[in-house]
Design a protein around this ligand. Structure first.
Ligand code: FAD
Ligand code: FES
Length: 273
């Protein structure tokens, strides 16, 4: 059992949980994730390791409430326990001295880019972080990203805070200004990651995206997380979750993410009752 040491509401529908999991904390690397099961009847859901504190033996996850399990987790509080907290899983991000790295985070993806941005900065890169939110009320971790970035650009779709528009508008502006960009690393909604990939491809800017297909076991056994990259079938849980964004079959990923939507809605409605 894994104890919740701290819970914080970061924004409407987005919760931070600091979980006591010393062995996961000790071995976790940027870009890796855990599979969480709340209780014996719970489903397994993958969540990115957003931060670790090795001295406390804790792992931080940031969770957006989208369906049954993420809402149910939202009802958990400090002192409650989670049954399973399996990890670290997946291949760690490729951290190197690339030069200028642009980190693009959309929504809850902002929490997911934090450990990678931190490691990229420590590796000697010039780090520009673009943080995209729908509106001002949903902005979180701007200061935390500033601590590990040389520049931070916040965008909101409605212009209520920072630059008006999408993360791709901020990225396009950097390109138009002639800024040298050696790597783009994107995490967020699939539509955003696809748009980032389409934007950088003609400029030949190496782009990595962290894919979020449906996962079940997280260890390469079930095939649920199958994605097509460069015409080859990959399992995101063991071969990824990060891949060359220019090679991903984005339309297939989007289609596969909606396969169980009816069942997910039924399950959520049942749980609400
Ligand atoms: P449901 O109603 O079951 O599903 C809502 C939507 O979420 C579905 O339509 C589907 O697109 C997706 N989904 C459903 N089940 C799964 C599943 N088992 N695996 C993946 N996607 C699923 N979300 C965060 O808020 N924070 C994170 O740090 C985070 N990290 C992730 C890391 C990885 C490697 C992956 C693959 C996904 C990550 N997600 C993260 C997404 C998160 O796993 C889903 O939002 C969650 O599983 C939804 O479960 P639900 O029961 O609340 O919603
Ligand atoms: Fe089962 Fe990846 S989640 S193979």
């Amino acid at each position: 059992m894994y104890k919740i040491l701290r819970k914080e509401r970061l924004a409407p529908g987005i919760n931070l949980f600091e979980i006591e999991a010393p062995r996961v904390a000790k071995h976790a690397k940027p870009g890796q994730f855990v599979i969480v099961r709340l209780h014996e009847k719970g489903e397994r859901i993958p969540l990115t390791i957003a931060d670790v504190d090795i001295s406390k033996g804790s792992v931080t996850i940031v969770v957006q409430e989208v369906g049954k399990t993420t809402h149910e987790l939202g009802t958990y509080n400090e002192g409650d326990y989670i049954l399973d907290f399996l990890g670290p899983l997946g291949k760690p991000s490729h951290i190197d001295k690339f030069g200028t790295v642009v980190m693009v985070g959309g929504g809850v993806g902002v929490a997911e880019i934090y450990p990678v941005a931190k490691a990229m900065k420590e590796a000697g890169n010039y780090v520009i972080s673009i943080l995209g939110f729908r509106t001002r009320d949903l902005v979180f971790w701007e200061e935390k990203l500033r601590e590990v970035s040389d520049e931070v650009i916040v965008t909101t779709n409605d212009g209520s805070y920072g630059m008006k528009g999408f993360t791709t508008h901020a990225l396009q502006k950097l390109i138009d200004e002639g800024r040298k960009i050696d790597l783009v690393h994107a995490v967020g909604p699939v539509v955003m990651m696809k748009a980032v990939a389409e934007l950088t491809k003609p400029y030949g800017i190496k782009t990595v995206a962290s894919l979020n297909p449906i996962m079940v076991d997280g260890t390469g056994m079930c095939g649920a997380c199958r994605v097509t990259v460069g015409g080859e079938i990959k399992f995101a849980c063991v071969d990824g979750p990060e891949f060359d964004a220019h090679l991903v079959d984005w339309d297939e990923l989007m289609k596969r993410l909606t396969y169980y939507r009816d069942l997910e809605l039924i399950s959520f409605e049942k749980w609400k009752r």
